[in-house]
Design a protein around this ligand. Structure first.
Ligand SMILES: C[S@@+](CC[C@H](N)C(=O)[O-])C[C@H]1O[C@@H](n2cnc3c(N)ncnc32)[C@H](O)[C@@H]1O
Length: 317
């Protein structure tokens, strides 16, 4: 079992992120509390792609009362693991004070550079013991942030947010991923890094060559073409896109609403049945998405600044 302690912002999407990956892999998923979820898998590597968890790790056991901690520590094998892997640090998230828990643990402590971090997370009425716990930070993604790519445009999305959107489609390695309004290719980059075969479309020639340049710079290949989102076709495993809002990105259509309507129809027919599309806009487009045929599972508000709150639509075909 793997436990995820979710980020404190966009927490609903952070939960859906883990849930979608689990769903596509066929792993059981359980939401334990507002910030803690579990997946019935031991394949940590398959989940190391998550973007919006604060930390995650293998769950060795859980306990209700402190008096249960010492014997579970031993019977689960975690005590042996800690001794075998060198100095450890114990972190508590809403659980007992680390010193109270560490009192029962044999092994050398190193708080500055531990070989293993053991995290004890309180969720509901239980305490979950994760090891090795891996923290995610902005630094894991910042090398690919908009300003660090060779081709930049003000509408470009940063890497951590782009990864979240890609993960919300649940796309799996070797599956096909389409962004029909690809811009600088932020979503293509992250989909490529998780191993998907990426396809991008944009009506702006500068964006097409810029997205290609960005992919090349990070050692990725993809198929980026000049085209209209209203005319995409194919049979993709996943679609994620950030539509033009008519603010700083160019709109290649007489009217935004018609562009959305026709692009959603094209996306719907280009997506495999049972698969997911993630559509980002600066307004709620549920009505148009449903008219195109999508079932909208969830719409999340993503506050950007005083004048813009994005909407993230999680859609299913
Ligand atoms: C919000 S931007 C996408 C930003 C992108 N996610 C990124 O991180 O760089 C929207 C993109 O839609 C493109 N676009 C506008 N009208 C289009 C159309 N009819 N077909 C395809 N692309 C279009 C614009 O050129 C722009 O690059």
């Amino acid at each position: 079992m793997i436990g995820f302690y979710l980020l404190g912002r966009l927490t609903d999407l952070a939960r859906w992120e883990v849930r979608r990956i689990a769903q596509r892999r066929g792993d059981p998923f359980r939401s334990v509390s507002s910030r803690f979820v579990l997946v019935g898998s031991n394949d940590i590597a398959a989940y190391s792609r998550v973007a919006y968890s604060h930390l995650y790790g293998r769950v060795w056991f859980s306990f209700r009362r402190l008096s249960d901690f010492p014997h579970l520590l031993r019977s689960s094998g975690l005590q042996e693991y800690i001794l075998h892997h060198g100095p450890y640090a114990l972190h508590s998230i809403g659980s007992y004070a680390p010193s109270r828990l560490a009192w029962f643990v044999d092994g050398r402590v190193n708080l500055k550079s531990p070989a293993t971090v053991v995290a004890v997370v309180r969720a509901g009425s239980r305490h979950y013991v994760l090891a090795p716990a891996r923290y995610l930070s902005g630094k894991d993604f910042s090398p690919r942030d908009a300003r660090n790519r060779p081709f930049f445009h003000p509408t470009a999305m940063n890497a951590r947010e782009a990864r979240l959107l890609v993960n919300l489609t649940g796309v799996q390695p070797d599956e096909s991923f389409l962004d029909p309004f690809c811009g600088t290719g932020a979503l293509l980059l992250e989909a490529g890094i998780v191993g998907a075969r990426v396809f991008g479309v944009d009506r702006d020639e500068r964006m097409v060559s810029g997205a290609e340049e960005n992919l090349r710079f990070f050692g990725l290949s993809g198929n980026v073409s000049l085209g209209d989102a209203r005319e995409v076709s194919g049979d993709y495993d996943a679609i994620a896109t950030d539509v033009p809002y008519g603010r700083s990105s160019r709109v290649f259509a007489p009217a935004l609403r018609e562009l959305y309507r026709d692009a959603f129809l094209a996306m719907y027919s280009s997506l495999k049945r049972g698969r997911f599309a993630v559509i980002v806009a600066d307004r709620d487009l549920t009505g148009l998405l449903e008219r195109a045929g999508f079932y909208v599972d969830h719409v999340s508000k993503w506050y950007v600044h005083a004048k813009m709150t994005r909407r993230v639509h999680l859609c299913r075909k």
